[in-house]
Design a protein around this ligand. Structure first.
Ligand code: ADP
Length: 270
């Protein structure tokens, strides 16, 4: 079969014995592809009905003062629930795009300082003055990657910090050196996460506290999106947290992703 996919595994026993195993994962791979296509198609098909519903609800919402109280409250509820559904469908579509679109990375030179500043402004709006949010730049080099994707990854991390760290917490968005490469990190001094949960946080719909997360407007896909964006940038996510001691989410970029200085971005980007 031309399209057979094999997985090899070599195990070492002591100094001179090796075991080579080959596994045919063709079927597994096809099933996985079917799952992805299915999710992408369903999300796509849900977009139109949701747009129609939103349109009607907006019209009825505008007439709220003409309607009996119970009815206009009901319409408010429907509006917030359709908004939730829309967020979910958008995140599902984004995730399937990230999974399926191999090699199609829009690779531009970007300035992490302005990326973090833009995210800070959005996080500030979500926080409505209940958190202290700062940007810290400790690394002069710039970054090569997709501006849109990295923006959505860092936004997800910053919005999570606003949603879960609790009122009055400090949130720092930072760009700093890391080994030979560099690191974009979001640090908060909020409630933190039991390390028990950390290995599973990037799974789709995995939540530490389901009720709380739904109430805060999350879709359960945020960290899955972050993980896939980073994979496409040869980077990875490191999560460091303890219960009651805040949380740090680090996006670790290898040196190959960095560009010399910020000056270079300014002179080559136009
Ligand atoms: P969502 O936020 O929509 O539930 P995510 O994938 O973005 O989905 O996050 C998964 C879970 O990780 C959240 O439900 C929350 O329990 C936990 N989490 C994420 N960021 C933080 C944070 N900064 N502090 C505490 N918990 C967090």
């Amino acid at each position: 079969d031309d399209n057979m996919i094999l997985q090899f595994q070599i195990t070492l026993y002591g100094d001179d014995e090796r075991l080579l195993m080959a596994r045919d994962i063709t079927r597994l791979h096809r099933l996985e592809q079917m799952r992805r296509d299915f999710v992408a198609n369903v999300s796509h098909e849900l977009r139109t009905p949701l747009t129609v519903l939103t349109g009607y609800l907006e019209t009825y919402g505008d007439m709220a003062e003409l309607l009996p109280d119970r009815l206009s409250r009901g319409i408010g509820q429907m509006q917030s629930q359709t908004r939730r559904m829309q967020n979910l469908v958008n995140d599902l579509l984004l995730l399937s795009r990230l999974e399926n679109d191999r090699g199609g990375l829009d690779d531009v030179r970007l300035d992490p300082a302005s990326l973090l500043e833009a995210v800070r402004r959005d996080a500030e709006a979500l926080s409505a003055g209940q958190h202290h949010i700062e940007v810290e730049i400790a690394e002069p080099r710039g970054l090569r990657g997709s501006e849109k994707e990295l923006h959505s990854a860092v936004s997800n991390l910053a919005f999570n910090a606003v949603r879960y760290a609790g009122e009055g917490s400090h949130i720092v968005l930072r760009w700093r050196p890391w080994k030979g490469g560099a690191c974009l990190e979001v640090e908060d001094d909020g409630e933190g996460i039991d390390p028990l949960h950390i290995p599973r946080l990037t799974e789709r719909f995995y939540r530490v506290d389901k009720g709380r997360s739904t109430a805060t407007g999350g879709t359960g896909l945020g960290l899955a999106i972050v993980k896939h964006v980073l994979l496409r940038h040869d980077a990875r996510l490191e999560i460091d947290s303890r219960l009651g001691e805040g949380a740090t989410f680090r996006c670790l970029f290898p040196v190959e992703r960095l560009i010399a200085t910020n000056d270079e971005i300014a002179s080559t980007s136009n």
